[in-house]
Design a protein around this ligand. Sequence first.
Ligand SMILES: [Zn+2]
Length: 189
Amino acid sequence: MLTDAPPRTSYLTGFRESDRITTLDLPGDARLSDIAKAIESAMKSDQTANVRRACAEFLKFASEFYHVPDCGVRVLAARPLRVREQWTTELFGDYAPKAMLIRVWMRTAVRKDVTSYGTFLSTLCHEFCHHLDYKKFGFADSWHTRGFYERAAVLYHHARGTPQKHLFWAPMSGGRWRIDWPRTNRSTP
Ligand SMILES: [Zn+2]
């Protein structure tokens, strides 16, 4: 995971704020992880309609918890070949801020590899954090800062029911950062 380079514009203030916010409030109950388990079993039995339903429920509950408008979700069988320019696109998902729509796909475009449950859930949390950036934090853009990845990881580990990790970062050129995985993994019991 690699952060975006800081913008050289008036967006720099928002970028720095995004970088600083490294945590998220979390629901005090296990509702999100219960829904995440429903996503997992629907994926195992290859029931796309149920995956979609569980994803929608996940996002609805999370949106209510964070007091943001609900966002739409499309679960696609495979990554679309053409990806729209204004979308922030990851390997397994994207988010359109104006439409408030998340898309996640269950297979990669070219090799048709099946997305693992962990990657799928992580992508869903990642895209939802883009939604939070606009609707909860009010950022003008949703950058991949260190804070962004930390927030997405906090949500993911809560939903997955796995221990939170302390992320260690290594500086790269151009003001970017990458996660130092060996160090991060060593420090997690
Ligand atoms: Zn992203």
